[in-house]
Design a protein around this ligand. Structure first.
Ligand SMILES: C[S@@+](CC[C@H](N)C(=O)[O-])C[C@H]1O[C@@H](n2cnc3c(N)ncnc32)[C@H](O)[C@@H]1O
Length: 278
């Protein structure tokens, strides 16, 4: 790797490190601001199975042989892999959250597709997981500061293709006005999908990129759940819920198709590259 290439990986790490929450705010937080609620990703996976195929689904399907295996890393409820259940013979989900793995197995069982769940952090558990025809990894990369071993393990587990999806901008960028309002704190604006492409390119991966607009939103069926999630993200106690609710409504949070969402449809990027597994 030359200096410019190492620079892209370093820039990725530095930008993600910039999201660290100041110690005094974190110390006062009654609950972890970083946890993902299982309910959010269960309903997202349910919707993903009944909506038209996305560019990420189509890219994965293009490389998936009939009856092939899909490995879903950071699977959550399975929104990345369950849409492939029709042609896949087997889905394998890896997630560091036991609740997410259970939710995935439940959804796969309902669809009648053979499935396995592995609880653990990638790439630490990669040695316990066999290769797959296609590896999918949606909305996880912004959680991974140490991108090189993570991406190498994805590549090494794919016989044909890795398909990674991420939002064009870091998913917490939209919370910046609320951080300013409640903590008088400015938040970073990056990294974005372009930084991911540069960092993956620095690893020698030949990455194809498609940018598109996702009609499905990350959102909650229940407004109170959205308020509680946002309040936890902001490191605030539950007694501040009414203020958080007011702030969310003031900044345009509204319902679309029964789901509470903030902001506009999401700009999403599909990245894909060849795998190297035998
Ligand atoms: C934003 S959710 C995305 C879930 C799903 N892929 C989707 O698109 O709906 C991120 C998921 O990745 C998991 N996760 C984050 N970092 C991980 C890691 N290093 N290893 C395994 N799971 C991870 C989290 O527990 C969470 O379930």
């Amino acid at each position: 790797m030359d200096g410019q290439a190492t620079g892209a990986l370093e820039r990725w790490r530095e930008q993600l490190d910039g999201w660290a929450i100041p110690e005094e705010i974190l110390a006062a937080a009654p609950e972890s601001p970083w946890e993902f609620p299982v309910g959010l990703f269960r309903s997202r996976a349910r919707r993903a199975g009944s909506q038209p195929a996305t560019p990420s689904n189509l890219e994965a399907a293009r490389f998936l042989p009939e009856g092939g295996t899909v490995l879903d890393v950071g699977a959550g409820g399975g929104a990345a892999s369950l849409p492939l259940a029709g042609s896949a013979g087997r889905l394998v989900a890896v997630d560091e959250s036991a609740g997410m793995v259970a939710s995935f197995l439940d959804a796969a069982g309902q669809r009648g597709v053979a499935a396995e769940g592995v609880e653990g952090s990638w790439p630490e558990v990669a040695g316990r997981v066999g290769p797959a025809d296609v590896v999918v990894c949606h909305h996880v990369l912004y959680n991974v500061a140490d991108l090189a071993p993570f991406a190498r393990a994805l590549t090494g587990h794919a016989r044909r293709r890795v398909v990674a999806e991420l939002t064009e901008r870091h998913p917490l960028v939209g919370l910046a006005p609320l951080w300013r309002r409640f903590h008088d704190l400015d938040r970073p604006t990056g990294p974005g999908a372009g930084d991911a492409v540069a960092a993956l390119g620095a690893l020698g991966l030949e990455v194809d990129r498609q940018d598109w607009e996702h009609q499905d939103r990350f959102g909650f069926d229940d407004f109170d759940e959205l308020v509680a999630f946002t309040r936890r993200r902001l490191c605030l106690p539950a007694r501040r819920d009414p203020e958080v609710a007011q702030a969310l409504l003031e900044q345009g949070t509204h319902q679309v198709d029964g789901i509470w969402v903030s902001g506009q449809p999401r700009r999403v990027t599909t990245l894909s590259w060849p795998g190297t597994a035998a």
